[in-house]
Design a binder for this molecule. Structure first.
Ligand SMILES: Cc1cc2nc3c(=O)[nH]c(=O)nc-3n(C[C@H](O)[C@H](O)[C@H](O)COP(=O)(O)O)c2cc1C
Length: 349
């Protein structure tokens, strides 16, 4: 087996195991719909020989966006925009996938190229909104979130159910929940962000209760023949936070509740968390997470196709590539024969 070997998840066959990692473009229209930028960006990458193109973190509700320029999937207009995006990705030869996000306390901040940037809150009077989270503990310079009530929880589960139905209607073939990098799922899971004393807080099993409901809500709206992935931290990379032991247990329970694969992406819950940078850093956790009985993918400094071919199959079932594919949409094709390039480009060789 190599990274170019197809992978079957439920009834979906991914033609290879090198996938586009979800990357926010902060370029949605004012109503959260995909724009021409998204068509150009994802179309170019879909023509780059990737087994799957995962569209960036897309919010399930207006107050669960990170910024006012995030994509959304709660309205019919957004469904129509995503359908167009799906068609472009399929036409260019890749499998269309979507990451759904529920930002929680990492919500209502600036876009990276604004003066304020992603670590500064945008106040309601400036077009922002009040973030919700398991506990009233802020992330860095962002607003203090309001602690979620059980009614808020019910609403978030309904948002997830609707978004997964909309993702299916738009034509996506694989769905990922963003459960890492300090988003709501991760906030509930980690003792560093969840200080609750009710049934949603306490030991790991209690902190996992709402995240598991989130996965079940997604599954209820997502067809049984299509795969569901959860992006997870392999650990919090900070003393007192989630450990690899905690997270393998979580992965096992996700598998029992309808998830087919975990996609490892560590850190990001708090600014002080450690940062990994060596090649294939999240993929190195792969063998451990495979013991949880789920498929395992990982992102993080997957930078050389030759190394990828040698190292990846022993570690994980698939890799997601981020920054290298921003720099070069044809990165995955560079080490492959001309027959793998789009036939429209064959006269280039
Ligand atoms: C511009 C940019 C936007 C990103 N947006 C997201 C996102 O929407 N969802 C997510 O899970 N990760 C996001 N990430 C993280 C990437 O998906 C990826 O996990 C990370 O960049 C590490 O992989 P790499 O070393 O191949 O870049 C983003 C990264 C970048 C550079």
């Amino acid at each position: 087996m190599t990274v170019w070997t197809p992978l079957r998840l439920r009834d979906v066959t991914l033609p290879n195991r090198v996938w586009l990692s979800p990357m926010c473009q902060y370029s949605a229209g004012a109503d959260g719909t995909p724009t021409d930028w998204h068509l150009a960006h994802y179309g170019a990458r879909a023509a780059g020989g990737l087994g799957m193109v995962m569209v960036e973190c897309t919010a399930v509700a207006p107050d669960m966006r990170t910024t006012a320029r995030d994509l959304g999937l709660w309205s019919e207009q957004q469904v129509a925009g995503h359908r167009r995006l799906v068609q472009v990705i399929e036409t260019a030869g890749s499998v269309p996938a979507l990451q759904l996000g529920v930002a929680g306390r990492k919500s209502s901040h600036g876009v990276p190229w604004d003066n304020a940037g992603t670590r500064s809150a945008v106040a309601p009077e400036d077009g922002g909104w009040q973030p919700l989270a398991p506990s009233a503990v802020p992330f860095a310079g962002l607003a203090v979130p309001r602690e979620m009530t059980s009614a808020d929880g019910t609403r978030v589960l309904e948002d997830l159910d609707r978004a997964s139905r909309n993702a299916h209607r738009a034509g996506y073939r694989l769905l990922e929940l963003h459960g890492a990098n300090g988003y709501l799922f991760h906030q509930f899971l980690s003792p560093l962000a969840n200080r609750r004393t009710d049934e949603w807080g306490g030991d790991l099993q209690a902190r996992l209760r709402f995240p598991l409901e989130m996965v079940r809500a997604l599954r209820s709206g997502w067809p049984q023949d299509k795969p569901l992935v959860v992006r997870l931290p392999a650990e919090d990379l900070l003393a007192g936070g989630l450990t690899t032991e905690d997270m393998t247990l979580v992965a096992k329970q996700l598998g029992a509740n309808g998830a087919d694969m975990v996609d490892l992406s560590s850190g990001g819950l708090v600014p002080e968390a450690g940062r990994l940078s060596e090649p294939l850093h999240n993929a190195r956790y792969g063998p451990l997470f495979r013991t949880a009985g789920v498929f395992v993918a990982a992102s993080g400094a997957v930078c050389e196709t030759t190394r990828l071919g040698e190292a990846v199959p022993g570690l994980v079932d698939a890799v997601l590539v981020g920054r290298a594919l921003l720099r070069d949409p044809y990165w995955a094709l560079r080490d492959r024969g001309s027959e793998f390039w789009p036939r429209q480009y064959h006269r280039a060789f």
